[in-house]
Design a protein around this ligand. Structure first.
Ligand code: GLU
Length: 535
């Protein structure tokens, strides 16, 4: 049997970390022959770190996925290493068409670029697990041959019965190793299981959490190769991380409990495991794990749904959150720089990121804080960037030729920027520019019933040009002139003068600078609105 993996391409990567292949490994000692072994990670040569993001695409990208991708990316970029995208799609039942493309699109949106992956290829491809089955079959064959794995023909019915009996006895359900010593060969419907040690303990190391020791009796013999010829996550993950030369594995903490098994698999192959860091759980405002599909929760409230949906990248993109704000927020979900700094550009994050500062404590998803970051990053955008990013949101809401005019649109967005949290708020914040006010709010009514209303509106109407728009400067001069005149004549304050005008032009007394409003609307529109407000 040929036990060499087909990885000849690995030899052609000059200057990179030496990528291992199966043939360089000595024959593994089966773990059950060394019951007291402590399998520890040895210090590796990490001069050229290789990190990977290994999602199982299900069609919904949530912030937890992207946080994992981000931390791997940050470290790879900082260290001048490689960031690899690997698609873990061996669970055929969970495959969703188009999910990989969507995920890649979400990563690109956030600015997380990868050096090797399904679309760009690379020296250790393919980067999609369903295209790497030969590797897993060879790996399983190798474990079978060294006695570290065995065939099992237990039927689902038997396993279900076993489970019931164990539960009835108050025991943790686990496989009873029925086939471990039966010496079965391959056959239809048979799976391959990994032999875990019957006693002893396994010590694992997480860079942030330190060492933990697991009692091997807690493990059962997990399936590593299913009867459909597909590997389970554990086998495929370990083989790929090894073959792809991964030096650091940063992943969600739900995988921490699999670490002893992974470490035992590395030992069975005779490979050195990578460095592991398990990223803290992201929890909701009640401290519960955030679900991808919150609508499936029983008794979910509308308020909770609105909050939990923000955890989906799709929602954030639709609402016009800035990717740099999301990136900044995500970086601080489970990591901190050890300084007071909160606002970071991607480049600043790359420079500041330290694995040691990843926290093991759960991180709370706080929508208010995300909004705060978005407002901060919006404020940092110059007018041209704001125009480029904001205009599509306006065009999606309004079919208006003025939106092709760069100057007008930039001025409109600039006028609204203080009032918005996300770019998706732009259509509502600028509605006054597109529709004559149909409804006036209470404060607007009050302003229009005040004494200054009639004379101010008449004087303003009088001062308007026949047609066209005023410049911002002209608008400012006009308004200042009005305020001066009415203060002198009646002692009215600026507010008393401007409120009715604002009410007539926009339907509310709140909003952007009055001069900006006057400069953005044309004279005919303003005249029409004035006439309607005071018939
Ligand atoms: N496919 C796994 C996931 O989607 C990857 C876990 C790992 O990074 O090892 O979470």
């Amino acid at each position: 049997m040929n036990l060499d993996f087909p990885c000849s391409a690995l030899e052609f990567i000059p200057g990179r970390v030496k990528l291992p292949d199966l043939s360089d490994s000595h024959t593994a000692e089966a773990p059950m022959t060394a019951p007291d072994q402590n399998v520890k990670r040895k210090t590796q040569d990490v001069s050229s770190p290789r990190l990977r993001f290994a999602p199982s695409p299900t069609g919904i990208t949530h912030l937890g996925n992207l946080r994992t991708a981000l931390f791997n990316w940050l470290y790879a970029r900082q260290q001048g290493g490689q960031f690899i995208l690997r698609i873990e799609d061996t669970d055929q039942e969970r495959r969703v068409p188009g999910a990989v493309e969507r995920l890649m699109d979400d990563m690109r949106w956030l600015g997380l670029d990868w050096d090797e992956g399904p679309d760009v290829g690379g020296p250790v491809g393919p980067y999609v697990q369903s295209e790497r089955l030969a590797h897993y079959r060879e790996g399983a064959a190798r474990l079978l041959e060294s006695g570290a794995a065995y065939y099992c023909d237990c039927t689902p019915q038997r396993l279900a019965r076993l489970r019931e009996e164990q539960l009835a006895r108050g025991e943790m359900p686990r496989y009873d190793r029925h086939c471990r010593a039966r010496g079965l060969g391959p056959g239809p419907g048979r799976v391959i299981r990994f032999k875990t040690p019957l006693e002893g303990r396994t010590t694992v190391t997480d860079l942030v959490r330190g060492e933990s020791t697991f009692d091997n009796r807690q493990l059962s013999d997990p399936v590593i190769m299913k009867s459909d010829g597909f590997p389970t996550y554990h086998l495929a993950n370990v083989i790929d991380d090894h073959l792809m030369g991964i030096t650091h594995v940063l992943r969600g903490d739900e995988w921490l409990s699999s670490l002893p098994l992974h470490v035992l698999l590395y030992a069975a192959f005779g490979w050195q495991p990578p460095i592991f860091v398990h990223l803290p759980l992201i929890v909701d405002m009640h401290g519960r794990k955030l679900k991808k599909r919150p609508e499936e929760l029983p008794d979910v409230t509308a308020e909770y749904l609105a909050y939990a949906r923000l955890f989906r990248v799709e929602t954030l993109r639709e609402r016009g959150y800035l990717p740099e704000a999301v990136l900044n927020y995500l970086a601080l979900l489970g990591w901190n720089p050890g300084t007071e700094q909160e606002l970071f550009t991607p480049q600043e994050l790359i420079a500041a990121f330290r694995l040691e500062r990843i926290s093991p404590a759960p991180a709370k998803f706080d929508a208010d804080r995300l909004n705060w970051f978005n407002r901060q990053h919006l404020a940092r955008l110059d007018e041209a960037a704001l125009l480029a990013r904001g205009r599509p949101f306006l065009q999606a809401a309004y079919d208006d030729p003025r939106l092709e005019d760069d100057g007008w649109t930039a001025a409109l967005i600039a006028a609204a920027r203080e009032e918005i949290t996300t770019l998706g708020d732009l259509p509502a914040a600028t509605a006054w520019a597109f529709h004559d006010p149909v409804q006036l709010d209470d404060e607007a009514w009050q302003a229009l019933r005040s004494d200054p209303a009639a004379p101010v509106l008449a004087a303003f109407r009088e001062a308007l040009p026949e047609a066209g728009r005023l410049t911002l400067e002209e608008a400012n001069d006009l308004l200042r002139g009005l305020m001066r005149r009415f203060r002198k004549a009646h002692g009215w304050s600026g507010r008393q003068v401007l409120f009715p005008l604002r009410a007539a032009l926009t339907g509310t007394v709140h909003g952007p600078h009055m001069a900006a409003i006057v400069a953005l609307l044309d004279a005919e529109t303003m005249r029409r609105r004035l006439d309607r407000a005071l018939p």
